[in-house]
Design a protein around this ligand. Sequence first.
Ligand code: DUC
Ligand code: ZN
Ligand code: ZN
Length: 473
Amino acid sequence: MSAPHDLAIRGGTIVTASDRFRADIGIRDGRITDIAAEITGAREEIDATGLMVLPGGIDAHVHLAQPTSDGTVMADDFESGTRSAAAGGNTTVLPFAMQVKGSSLRDCVSAYHAKAEGQCYTDVSFHLVISDPTPQVLGQELPALVRDGYTSFKVFMTYDDLVLNDAELLEVFEVARRERALVMVHAEGHDAIKHMTRRLEEQGKTAPYYHAEAHHQIAEREATHRAISHAQLTDVPVMIVHVSGRDPMEQIQWARKRGMKVHAETCPQYIALTRDDLKGLNMDFEGAKYVCSPPPRDADSQAAIWEGLRDGTFEVFSSDHCPFFFENSEGTGKDNPRARTSFKWVPNGIPGVETRLPILFSEGVSKGRISLERFVALTSTNPAKLYGLYPQKGALVIGADADITLWDPTRTDTIRQENLHHGSDYTPYEGMEITGWPVRTILRGQTIVVDGQVVASKGQGAYQTRGTSSALA
Ligand code: DUC
Ligand code: ZN
Ligand code: ZN
C-alpha cells in the first residue's frame, strides 16, 4: 500500500489569519490533504517542533525585468528575483507586465511571459500596467485580458511616460468596474512634483535627498483624494498602493468611514526608513540608495503606518521590490552621470522582496506591534483574496496548495547584502537586526529553500491564472 502522504509537517504551530493551533499537516500531490493532531506514515517528514507554520508569503507588488524608458536596467530578472523571493519566505510573487506606450497590451503580456517562462523559483502571476488607454486597449484588449485571468491592473498619476490624466483615469476605472478587475493606483500628483522639482533645481538643490521634498507627502495626499473621488464617481473599488505616510492614509480612512470601497497597501520602506536616509553621508550621493516613490517620510508617518497596519486600514503589506544596481560599470544603475546632475534622474525604486517578511515579523510581531495572525493576513491571506488567488493560495486548509513557510520566531540575524539572493549590489536595510526568520520555504509540497540555501530548480515556479478579486465579489 502506498503512503497516504508525500510529506507531513509535524509538531509545529499552525498560524492562519485568524487562529493558531498545534497540528500536523499532510500533503499529497502538492496540496494539503490533512490537518490533524498527529499524522504518521508519510513518505517524508519535516520536524517543525518549535517553529511556526504559516502560509507562504505572497508579495503582491514586485517589479522584475521591467523595461525602462531611460536606459537603466533592472537588477533582477525572473530568475534572480524569484530566487530572492523564495529565500525571503515567499511562494508567490505578483510582478507587473508593463504596457509600453504605443504598444499592444497583449504583446507586452506575451513578451513578459517569455521572460518568465522556465525561470521562476516561486509561483508568479502578473498585474498589468495601463500606460496607453487607447479605445482599442480599453474596448478590446483589456476586457479580453481580464477574462483570461489578468484581474488587476495599475495606473499611474505621475511619471512623464506613464501618467494618465483625470479623463483617462475615469475611463480606465469604468472598464475596471465593467470587467470586474481591481485597479491599483500610484497616487502622486504629477504637476505638483514637477513644480517642486523645478523650484528645487533652481535653488541648486539637486542631491538625492531632494527627491523626498519634490515627491512631497502633500502631492501624495492630493492624488490619493483625487483617485478616491474618481473611484466614487465611477463606483469601483480601488487599491491605493505603496501608501507612505499619515496624510494619504487619513484620506483612505476618511473614504472608508463614508462607505467607499478603498483598499490600501503599504511597504517596508515606510516603517523601516525615513527621508533622512536619503541624506546619505552628509547629503552625498549615497542617499540615492534610498530613492523610491513615494519616498519614506518621518517618524510621525511611521507611527501612523503602524496604526494603519494594526487597525486594518492597510490590508496588504508588499515589498514594492524595484531593484536597481547602485553602481555598475555600464552606468545603468542609480549612480549614472545624469543622476549626479539631479535627483530627478535617479531611478526610483529599491530592492526588498527578500527582506519584506523578516522586517515585518521582527519590527511588528517580535516587537509586539502586531499579532502573528495579522502578519499572516497582511502578507499572505489578504493579498490572495484581493488578487483572486484565494483559497488556493494564502490559506492553510484542505485542498489548498501546500505553499508553506516555517518560521523560527527566536532566530536572530542581521540583514547583510552578502547573504541576500537578489541582483542588486546593495540593500537599503544593511545592518538591520532581525528577530524571527523564515527557515524553510515549501512550494506546492516541495522544499525550495532551507536554512538560507535555495534547493529548488529554476522553473519549479509556475504561472498562476487568477480569479476575481474579493473586492469585486
Ligand atoms: N512605483 C512603484 O510602484 N514602484 C517603484 C517606482 C514607482 O514609482
Ligand atoms: Zn508605483
Ligand atoms: Zn512598485
